[in-house]
Design a protein around this ligand. Structure first.
Ligand code: G3P
Ligand code: CA
Length: 248
């Protein structure tokens, strides 16, 4: 009897919970992160911005309107004011009282249990946010954990370049929502370890281009069976999903 060789047996596509388990719980809250862990997430994806008084907070939109019981810009509220908001009831009364987490709280509660894909959300609105993120990671020695345990990504290349210079031990990625060309990918490869394409722009050419330039590709965001079905056919390194059970 010969031993059957399993092709690609070491290549496991990482399962990344989008804002936690955004399909099931209010996004970017502890209940959402806990649910993602229960569902077997390898990583939690989180969005980081700054409060009026310069604290790192985890919330997706630049306005609090959609995901809280208040209105206005995240940057017009102090940390204490943001902390008093109800970030759960908009999703379901069951989650009433869920809070907007600080970046520090997320690191302290989750960084030793699961990988973190940290998105700098509109960092050009928040000068200095890169230094603050680097400081919190260093304080906890998370930059030395290796194995891509922490990944920092953004749509904004300047911010990611800056972060990479500050803390080169932490791999960085660029988010793209259009088909990239060769020149652009080669430029990104000078500093980044990931190019993370929206599911609509994933095809053989794009994934080959990313991989052949020595980077990894994490696609986002699976919200339906159709999207999960499409991504199954590509050698991705990770998939970000609202419903992690779709990428089982
Ligand atoms: O991780 C990628 C994805 O989260 C980017 O889009 O708008 O959901 O932050 P968005
Ligand atoms: Ca995000």
């Amino acid at each position: 009897f010969g031993i059957k060789k399993i092709a690609n047996s070491t290549h496991k596509i990482k399962k990344i919970g989008h804002r936690g388990a955004a399909g099931y719980c209010p996004e970017n809250t502890f209940p959402s992160y806990d649910r993602a862990l229960e569902m077997g997430a390898d990583y939690l994806e989180i969005d980081v911005q700054l409060s009026k008084d310069g604290k790192l907070v985890v919330i997706h939109d630049t306005l609090v309107d959609r995901t809280s019981d208040h209105k206005g810009k995240v940057s017009d509220y102090t940390f204490d004011e943001l902390k008093k908001m109800d970030a759960g009831s908009w999703f379901s009364p069951k989650f009433r009282g869920a809070r907007i987490p600080s970046f520090e709280e997320v690191l302290d509660a989750y960084a030793d249990r699961v990988g973190l894909l940290v998105e700098l959300k509109k960092p050009s609105l928040y000068p200095g946010i890169e230094d603050l993120i680097a400081k919190e990671l260093k304080k906890r020695n998370l930059h030395l954990k290796g194995k891509d345990h922490i990944i920092v990504q953004s749509f904004e290349t300047e911010s990611i370049k800056k972060f990479h210079e500050l803390l080169p031990e932490v791999p960085v990625g660029i988010l793209i929502n259009y088909p990239p060309d060769k020149i652009e990918i080669k430029e990104i490869a000078k500093y980044a370890s990931y190019v993370n394409p929206k599911w609509t722009v994933v095809n053989k050419r794009v994934i080959n281009l990313i991989h052949s330039n020595g980077m990894k590709a994490v696609s986002w965001t699976v919200r339906s069976k159709r999207e999960a079905e499409k991504l199954k056919h590509y050698p991705l390194d990770g998939i970000v999903a609202d419903y992690l059970d779709l990428i089982e």
